[in-house]
Design a protein around this ligand. Sequence first.
Ligand code: NAD
Length: 471
Amino acid sequence: QLWCLKLQGTRILLPNMSTPAEAVQTARKAFASGVTRSYDFRMKQIKALLRMVEENEAKLVDAIVKDVRKPKFEAVGYEIESVKKALKNIISNLENWMKPQEPGKPKAFINDEVIIQPEPYGVVLIIGAWNYPILLTLDPFTGAIAAGNTVILKPSEIAPHSAKILADLIPKYLAPDCYQVVNGGIPETTKLLAERFDYIFYTGSSSVGKIVHQAASKFLTPVTLELGGKSPVYVDETADLDLTAARILFGRLANAGQSCIAPDYVLCRREIQSKLVAACKKVIDKWYGGNVKTNPDYGRIVNENHFRRVVKLLEGAKIAIGGAHDVSDLYIEPTILEDVQPTHPVMQEEIFGPILPLITIKDAREAVDFINEREKPLALYVFSTDKQVQDLFLKNTSSGNMVVNDSFIHISCDTFMFGGVGNSGMGGYHGKYSFDTFSHMKGTLIKKLNRLGEYANLARYPPFSEKKLNF
Ligand code: NAD
């Protein structure tokens, strides 16, 4: 059977792929054999995956660049290196992570063993998104392997070169019955979701996240949903605006704005707005030397549909910087909008492009209210050196993650969980959390079966009495 991925004239044939149902059957059989449970097997697979990434780095980068047209630096730095870092972290720590944890003993269990034994869920489905097509499939994959699951990977069909190279390489390096790639679009994903999994890890939009959640609920399958939304930025007068502009634009312009944690809009006082626009102008000129379009360090929009959607958001907006676009090259200039009204279309959906609206507010408290009146964001960015202001946002808003005085970069801080809350997702991963996410943490009580301990148990056996209640 030949599977065909088609996008904007690109036709990619994927030979010999099993159907979603066959793939799940194979994965289930492999899991039931117990082969993925041992430390040695997991470690061998993790090392093989690292070898796969290292030996094929150029091909993987090439696929990313063809699919998303991001600068090679971003493909290497944000995708390949992050996957390698995750794998190396697992290699250093897996033995420890797999050990039963000892959470402490309540008084009543002082003579017993109280442990938390991590165990694999079983067959895991990982559905990836197109904007970081290698990172968003392989990064969760590392955690699922480390935790001892068998895995079916479903890369995004919107990044067909990356989807194909993963389908080509993974069976060559890893145990093919344990780790499979199923490629295809919405029909294949829908078929996959009709199958029973033991865990589903989804990255993509909130609207499809709801479809995945609903499908999972049929079998009460636990899920992690890595979704998106509008991540706000607050800037106040205590912030150095040159640094602030650079740090906001770093997150906004990476991958031409197509990042789930890109700063989506800025809330600031009117006096700050014009200064911030001037600072952004300086940064853009410095980074791209006056001609962004020909600069190789600036990316493109993934396809025409997304291009048209993003450009439409500019209608009726007051453009302070940029605004140029070219459909033939899927190019949109870095664009700053000022005096944006909360009712404008650009404020009704996640932008996912290189546009940054500035909205004026009275003070930090109004910014907090503005954020709280909307869906909970994936990330919240506060630029202020005033500790009280930092605390105001920290304690009075809810977001997946929060960063003070920077944007985007927290994705590489793997000692906390990366993930959303509410409409921006549930659960998370990175570092040890990737292992934990794909493990059921089985609380286990181990008692001795001897007569000496039985005296205390008499209190819970019938016949009952008032006296026993107070025991
Ligand atoms: P996408 O179109 O690539 O979709 C993601 C996956 O969902 C794909 O594998 C696709 O096949 C599948 N899919 C699409 N429609 C489906 C349907 N109707 N039924 C079943 N499966 C379906 O990516 P996208 O959704 O456009 O991704 C962009 C969104 O993802 C943005 O909202 C972004 O913020 C979010 N995102 C979140 C993270 C994160 O880590 N939280 C990372 C990247 C992107």
